[in-house]
Design a protein around this ligand. Structure first.
Ligand code: GLA
Length: 382
């Protein structure tokens, strides 16, 4: 990928570019907890974005997407927002850097990625983090890594219409090979956990349903609003509740009749999920992958029945995993399509993958995709 990018860069903008990269992410457990001030447990993966960049001495950015085979030019002022959705991520990162007092001047860039789009692996966070990191280095802005992650998150909020949490951009900026990272999204304290399932006889595999639901971002924003509504109701009785993750299950019960049942169910899921992250981390410290896997099934149940972000295809894959005695399986990421993440004992790996491809294709008429992921480094200069 890097050599293709370089070739294109030279043909469009000449020699002298420098290459930067960042990564997509998986999340073992802790879904929809980030914007509720809870825990997440992601890691960066060996699929990401690579960009070659060079200053061009103007006040314009010229960007070429190798994957879309498209070029665009935009200025750096608020009114210069490009019309191409892919370019808005780069524009947003420039704007958010400038808003934080950072310097950004015109540059040329060619970029490409190998994170499957719409699979829930955060291709957009990979793109944001690549540019946030690169711009910070090139202009020597001295912005710290957390703020770089927030630049990506604010780009989603202000330029892409998704009211997301910090998990994806955090994982993409802080990712470290061989480690998952438990982040407390309220205090921003984090801890690296070496994660080597192979050594314990397991493999991680993602099965992509290749389903992508329209309106996923408005459904996502709606879930977030439900959680904030539930937290606000609980706060009236318990002023110490800043985020939903601060609430106890019984406190939610107290306000059951005051909030829509839908909001109650969303909040019930979140409160359970925050605890599950801690339980999984404890289990992994004892190399107890079976307990970790069982928690993943509980998460799937919650995401499907309480949070309602699964779909028929993902429920099918989850059920198949259970039937085949796979240790853990659940829908990963925001939901509304995308992948299941599966923790499989090595000897079951091939039979499970074969059955998933065969049965899924027979039922839904298209093949799922299989991704083996390696936990890898996040944003960096190449
Ligand atoms: C998306 C968002 C994240 C997080 C997950 C769900 O990936 O970008 O902030 O909320 O969904 O856990």
């Amino acid at each position: 990928m890097q050599s293709k990018i370089h070739e294109k860069f030279v043909s469009l903008y000449g020699e002298g570019g420098e290459a930067y990269a960042s990564a997509g992410r998986i999340n073992l457990i802790g879904e929809h907890t980030d914007y509720n001030g809870g825990y997440v447990f992601p890691g960066a993966i060996d699929k990401g974005i690579v960009a070659e960049i060079k200053l061009n001495g103007t006040d314009k950015v010229r960007a070429y997407s190798l994957d879309y085979d498209a070029e665009t030019t935009f200025g750096l002022n608020e009114e210069d927002k490009p019309k191409e959705a892919w370019a808005c991520y780069i524009f947003g990162v420039c704007r958010e850097t400038i808003k934080r007092g950072g310097k950004v001047e015109g540059f040329d860039t060619v970029f490409a990625g190998d994170v499957p789009l719409g699979a829930g692996l955060s291709s957009s966070a990979a793109l944001e983090s690549t540019f946030a990191f690169a711009i910070n280095e090139i202009f020597q802005n001295g912005i710290d890594k957390f703020e770089l992650a927030k630049i990506g998150q604010s780009t989603e909020h202000n330029y892409c219409g998704v009211n997301c949490g910090i998990m994806d951009q955090f994982a993409s900026c802080f990712g470290k090979a061989g480690c998952l990272i438990r982040l407390n999204c309220k205090t921003l304290e984090f801890k690296y956990f070496p994660f080597d399932p192979e050594a314990a006889g397991y493999k991680l595999v993602l099965i992509d349903s290749c389903v992508k639901h329209e309106l996923a971002s408005s459904a996502y924003n709606k879930r977030r609003a439900s959680c904030e509504n539930a937290a606000a109701a609980i706060r009236k009785n318990h002023p110490e509740v800043e985020f939903l993750s601060d609430a106890k299950r019984v406190w939610l019960e107290e306000v059951r009749t005051e909030i829509p049942e839908e909001d109650f169910l969303r909040a019930e899921y979140v409160i359970g999920e925050v605890q599950r992250v801690l339980d999984v981390c404890d289990a992994l410290e004892r190399s107890d992958y079976e307990t970790a896997g069982e928690m993943m099934y509980q998460t799937h149940f919650g995401m499907s029945k309480l949070y309602e972000v699964s779909c028929e295809e993902l429920d099918f894959l989850n059920k198949l995993a259970r039937k085949m005695d796979v240790s853990g399986s659940r829908v990963m990421g925001g939901g509304f399509g995308g992948c299941t993440i599966n923790l499989v004992r090595k000897e079951l790996y091939q039979p499970f993958v074969d059955a998933a491809v065969k049965d899924f294709t027979a039922k839904f008429g298209h093949e799922p995709k299989i991704y083996d992921v390696v936990i890898s480094d996040g944003a960096r200069k190449l």
